[in-house]
Design a protein around this ligand. Sequence first.
Ligand SMILES: CC(C)(COP(=O)(O)OP(=O)(O)OC[C@H]1O[C@@H](n2cnc3c(N)ncnc32)[C@H](O)[C@@H]1OP(=O)(O)O)[C@@H](O)C(=O)NCCC(=O)NCCS
Length: 116
Amino acid sequence: MIIGTGIDIIEVARVQKAIDRWGEDFLKHIFTAEEIAYAQKRKFPTQHYAARFAAKEAVYKAFGNNTSLSWKDMTILNDENGKPYCRLNDSAFKNKITISISHTKDYAVANAIITS
Ligand SMILES: CC(C)(COP(=O)(O)OP(=O)(O)OC[C@H]1O[C@@H](n2cnc3c(N)ncnc32)[C@H](O)[C@@H]1OP(=O)(O)O)[C@@H](O)C(=O)NCCC(=O)NCCS
């Protein structure tokens, strides 16, 4: 059963601006070490940061309004085929979160579906 869905789009340039302005403080506030390691290995890291930013927003929206989730309460990871998934720190959470991500030079989008 679908419990919630969320979607988000972000301009890659907006994320680049934040990185230029606040550098590592921004990255460490929003992203976990695994997410930073993933993005930094890629040719255009900002696209991957923007995608993860959008994915976190999408997951947040899928939970609805009454969640206390914060940026680093979740990690966006990729399986062995590159398919993204979301790991929540909250081990009591038993539902499934399915995410999908896409990005270009200018925009990153993500959606999230929570199912029971
Ligand atoms: C994997 C694939 C879907 C990625 O698409 P893309 O247009 O190159 O790139 P996008 O920017 O849209 O998406 C990139 C994101 O796709 C996600 N992705 C990568 N591999 C994936 C996979 N196996 N399954 C689902 N999502 C995947 C990742 O989240 C990636 O972003 P990230 O590296 O920041 O996590 C694409 O390379 C591919 O293999 N397409 C198959 C084409 C095809 O056979 N089409 C037939 C349609 S019927």
